[in-house]
Structures are given as structure tokens and as C-alpha cells.
Design a protein around this ligand. Structure first.
Ligand code: HEM
Length: 195
């Protein structure tokens, strides 16, 4: 078994949890879409502030880009860009960059599916806030990463650390999804019902 196979196996139940938590977010409707963006912002702002220590310029740039796009979108939707809930999320300092690469580049696969749903939105407010979801994705980076992880052994101190750190990144998303409902109090549900 390679590290690539182990990463998929050992994060599968967490992916299923994230998937189930995000499934109710209908990204073609303003409430679901705002929840979706806010969950990503909570998780990614936390990772951007804490996860790396200048040792992975590619992921630093990705996190800057993603957080910047999320703030633009949430501002467009009139939501406060809540980026300061870090202490309530699982701690993460100096995560292994390959753990972050695996989870964040992998999550782009799910985003591509959701982008199609978002494109079907009739609400112009939803369509006006597409910086994050429609940001171009580079499948080559994911394939290159998978090829490299496929060459790495699945057991040992380094593989254990990468798997544990990838699980931590998923746990941050899970905690962010739990938290975000309280950030949405300012949105009026009756307004959603009209769209
Ligand atoms: C509703 C939200 C999501 C949906 C519908 C979704 C869906 C998917 C799908 C269809 C795949 C491809 C599975 C395969 O080819 O075997 C995938 C892969 C992946 N997703 Fe998600 N995803 C979602 C959210 C996320 C989030 C938030 C994360 C990160 C925290 C994430 C991380 C990953 C990873 C790492 C992979 C690669 C798995 C592997 O091949 O090793 N996904 N996702």
C-alpha cells in the first residue's frame, strides 16, 4: 500500500462526515451558498493563520488566494467576513505541507461538482459572488501530488505524521461546519424563502 492509498482510506470516514454536513447546503440558494462559503472561510482562515511556517510557498499562495476570494464573496453577500474564530477550532501548528496539499487539492474535486450546481442558480446575488467557487482549478497539481504520494511508503514516522495532519485538516472543516450556523443569525430566513 502506498501513502496515497492510505491517505484516502484513513480520511474516508472524515470525508463522509464533511460531505454529509455540507450536503444540506444548496449552493444555488442564498442561504445554503452563504453557509457553504462561511464554512470554507472559517476553516481556511484558521489554516492560513496557523498551519504553515513558511515552508510551502505553493500552499501559502493557495490559502491567500482562497481566503481572499471568500472574503470578496461574503462581502458581496453582505456577510461579515468572520475570520477570527480560530481558538474554537482544532489546533494546528506546522502541519506537514503534503497533508495540506492532499486535503486542499483533493477538495477541488468536490468543488467542481458543486460549481455546476452553483451555475444553475437563478438568484443574481448567488451568481454575483463566485470568486471562490469559480476560481480556475489546476488538475495537474493534484495528479502530480498523487503520483508522488503513490511512490511513498504508507508506514513509518513521516507517513504517520502526514496522515494525522490530513485528518486534522478534515477535523477543522468538520468543526467549522458545526460552528457556522451561529454566524448566520443576521440573515433573515423569510428572505431566503422568496428565492
Ligand atoms: C459537499 C461537499 C463535497 C463533495 C460533494 C465532495 C465530493 C468529492 C468527490 C466526488 C470526490 C472524488 C472521489 C473519488 O474520485 O474517489 C472527492 C474527493 C476528495 N475530496 Fe471531497 N467533496 C466535498 C467536500 C470536501 C471537503 C470540504 C474536503 C476537504 C476538507 C474534501 C476533500 C477531498 C479529498 C482530499 C478528496 C480526494 C480523495 C482521494 O482520492 O484520495 N472534500 N470529493
Amino acid at each position: 500500500m502506498s501513502l496515497r492509498t492510505r491517505l484516502r482510506a484513513d480520511t474516508r470516514s472524515r470525508h463522509d462526515t464533511v460531505d454529509a454536513m455540507m450536503e444540506p447546503y444548496d449552493v444555488s440558494l442564498i442561504h445554503g451558498y452563504t453557509s457553504f462559503l462561511l464554512t470554507h472561510l472559517l476553516a481556511l482562515a484558521h489554516l492560513k493563520a496557523r498551519a504553515l511556517r513558511g515552508n510551502a510557498a505553493d500552499m501559502e499562495a493557495d490559502l491567500d488566494q482562497m481566503v481572499g476570494n471568500l472574503v470578496v464573496d461574503l462581502t458581496e453577500l453582505g456577510q461579515p467576513a468572520a475570520t477570527s474564530f480560530g481558538t474554537a477550532l482544532p489546533q494546528c501548528t506546522e502541519l506537514h505541507p503534503d497533508a495540506l496539499r492532499y486535503v486542499l487539492l483533493g477538495s477541488q474535486i468536490g468543488l467542481s461538482h458543486l460549481q455546476k450546481r452553483w451555475q444553475s442558480a437563478h438568484d443574481p446575488r448567488v451568481r454575483s459572488a463566485g470568486a471562490f467557487i469559480s476560481h480556475p482549478r489546476d488538475g495537474d497539481r493534484w495528479r502530480t501530488l498523487c503520483a508522488r504520494l503513490s511512490q511513498m511508503p504508507s508506514n513509518g514516522r513521516l507517513p504517520d505524521r502526514i496522515v494525522e495532519d490530513a485528518q486534522t485538516v478534515f477535523d477543522i472543516y468538520i468543526a467549522a461546519a458545526r460552528m457556522n450556523s451561529s454566524c448566520l443569525e443576521s440573515i433573515n430566513d423569510t428572505e431566503f424563502a422568496r428565492h
